[in-house]
Design a protein around this ligand. Structure first.
Ligand SMILES: [Zn+2]
Ligand SMILES: [Zn+2]
Length: 68
């Protein structure tokens, strides 16, 4: 019994997932703080990231615009 399940999964996605549609408003770029960047650590991007918090050092983010 039940050997013919209706598998209607044929490209008829109506407004589901649209890949490639990137919003051109990058909000909060996933940036690493100076410390993480210098040590190539994974920064969680918080105002004081975990790495800095652990070391009790100031977490400093340098805005990209400030770089030349
Ligand atoms: Zn960090
Ligand atoms: Zn940090």
């Amino acid at each position: 019994m039940n050997s013919t399940q209706m598998q209607v999964t044929n490209g008829n996605n109506s407004d589901g997932e649209r890949e490639g549609a990137k919003p051109k408003v990058p909000r909060r770029t996933p940036m690493a703080c100076q410390f993480c960047r210098g040590r190539k650590l994974k920064c969680d991007g918080r105002s004081t990231c975990a790495n800095c918090q652990r070391r009790c050092i100031p977490c400093v983010y340098v805005p990209v615009a400030a770089q030349k």
